[in-house]
Design a protein around this ligand. Structure first.
Ligand code: ADP
Length: 161
C-alpha cells in the first residue's frame, strides 16, 4: 500500500523551513498531502487562496506532493486519505511542547497513524511564517526565509496594505 503522509499547517505564508520538511519527507513517504487549515472565522494575513497558490508554485516540481484544504481535525483528514503518518517539523523546545501534546491527542483519536517529527535544519531555526510577516510588513527583505519563487508575491502583499 502507498505510504501517504499528511503535512498540515496554516502556511501563512509557506517558508523555506516548511519546504525542507516536505523535501525530506519525500525520502520517507511515497506521497505527501499538504493540508492547509481553513477557518473562515480566523482570517490570516494571506487569504486561503493566496497560501495555496504560493504552495503550488513552490512544489511545482514535486510530482508526489499534492495540496488540499480542510476545515476539520487534520487527523480526520488523514484517516479519510488513508495516510500512515502526520509529518511535523521541530525547531526547538517550544515547538516540541505543543507538538508533543498534539501528537498525543492525535494518537488518542487514531492510534494507527504515527506522528513523524523531522528536526529543522540549523539555518531554519529562526524561520517562521510570523517572522516573514513581520519582516515584510516593515519592508525588510525576506530572502532566505521564503522560497525565491514567492519572494515577490510576499513583498507585493505588504505593499498593497
Ligand atoms: P501552525 O500554523 O500550526 O503554526 P505552521 O504552518 O507554521 O503551523 O507549520 C506546520 C509545521 O511545520 C509544524 O510542524 C511546524 O513545527 C513546522 N515548521 C514550521 N516552521 C518550520 C521550520 N522553519 N523548520 C522546520 N519545521 C517548521
Amino acid at each position: 500500500m502507498e505510504r501517504i503522509a499528511i503535512y498540515a499547517g496554516s502556511f501563512d505564508p509557506v517558508t523555506v523551513g516548511h519546504l525542507d520538511i516536505i523535501r525530506r519527507g519525500l525520502q520517507l513517504f511515497e506521497r505527501i498531502v499538504i493540508v492547509v487549515g481553513y477557518n473562515p472565522d480566523k482570517k490570516g494575513c494571506f487569504s486561503h487562496e493566496e497560501r495555496i497558490a504560493m504552495l503550488r508554485k513552490c512544489t511545482e516540481d514535486m510530482s508526489r506532493v499534492s495540496i488540499d484544504s480542510w476545515t476539520g481535525l487534520t487527523i480526520e483528514y488523514a484517516k479519510k486519505a488513508g495516510a500512515c503518518a502526520m509529518l511535523r517539523g521541530l525547531r526547538d523546545g517550544s515547538d516540541w511542547q505543543s507538538e508533543q501534546r498534539l501528537a498525543l491527542i492525535n494518537r488518542g483519536l487514531c492510534p494507527e497513524i504515527e506522528t513523524v517529527f523531522l528536526t529543522a535544519q540549523p539555518e531554519h531555526m529562526v524561520v517562521s511564517s510570523s517572522a516573514v510577516r513581520e519582516l515584510a510588513s516593515f519592508g525588510a527583505p525576506v530572502k532566505g526565509y521564503v522560497p525565491e519563487c514567492i519572494e515577490a508575491d510576499v513583498l507585493a502583499r505588504f505593499r498593497r496594505t
